[in-house]
Write a protein that binds this ligand. Structure first.
Ligand code: Y39
Ligand code: FE
Ligand code: FE
Ligand code: FE
Length: 230
């Protein structure tokens, strides 16, 4: 069903809305917390970009505070245990890559996959959010485009050397995105965020990012197909 269709029946104070929000809000808070930590680790791995990356980490910390305020505004307690489990696979893959000094894999996980996930989710959420959360999310999504751009620029500048590692990291991590989407589909639907809209927006952002980095349309088709079997 079309995402922009009016949904006048959304009741932000209903128990069903608040219950779904307790998980989606937690995912966003945990995601922002992880993103903060990931950019701090990347700052250590990329000394030339240290100040830039620490700046991105600070933005992620502000985002986290903004979304915590959104939960409080609706009197919702975020289910942080659920959210940690939700992010654990991408978290573990990032940590393993960081320990091995695999900067390209770390950038693919955080600056491409997680940022595209954030951009698509926030874009789909904005038209159906409560007024308070809409204003916060509009400010946040502008920053997420900057984060995605950081990853694109670095990987584009190092494309030939990064290519093989990007393909392998894509193969390992893209299927996790579909698993994660499956796990939130029901809750997202309660918030009037439709799975098809999320998938479509994610694939557009991610495909554009791969194209900006230097992959051909043919490469992008092949790489995108890894998600579908999840
Ligand atoms: O870079 C960032 O700020 C990313 C951490 C934030 C990711 C948020 C993930 C949102 C997924 C929500 C799924 C709702 C259907
Ligand atoms: Fe529906
Ligand atoms: Fe963020
Ligand atoms: Fe971000």
């Amino acid at each position: 069903m079309p995402q922009l269709e009016a949904t006048p029946e959304l009741d932000f104070q209903s128990e069903i809305y608040k219950d779904a929000y307790s998980r989606i809000n937690a995912i966003v808070i945990e995601g922002e917390r992880e993103a903060h930590d990931n950019y701090q680790q990347l700052a250590e791995l990329l000394p030339d970009e240290k100040d830039n990356l620490l700046g991105l980490a600070k933005m992620e910390n502000r985002h986290k505070k903004g979304f915590e305020a959104c939960g409080k505004n609706l009197k919702v307690t975020p289910d942080m245990e659920f959210a940690q489990a939700f992010f654990s696979r991408l978290h573990d893959n990032f940590q393993v890559a960081a320990a091995e000094g695999k900067i390209v894999t770390c950038l693919l996980i955080q600056s491409l996959i997680i940022e595209c996930f954030a951009i698509s989710a926030y874009n789909i959420y904005i038209p159906v959010a409560d007024d308070f959360a809409r204003k916060i999310t509009e400010g946040v999504v502008k920053d997420e485009y900057l984060h995605l751009n950081f990853g694109e620029e670095w990987l584009k500048a190092n494309f030939e050397a990064s290519r093989a590692e990007l393909e392998e990291a894509n193969r390992q991590n893209l299927p996790l995105v579909w698993k994660m989407l499956n796990e939130v589909e029901t809750d997202a639907h309660v918030l009037a965020m439709e799975r098809e809209a999320l998938v479509e927006d994610f694939m557009i952002q991610y495909g554009e990012a791969l194209s900006n980095i230097g992959f051909t349309t043919r490469d992008i088709m092949r790489m995108s197909a890894y998600g579908l079997s999840a």
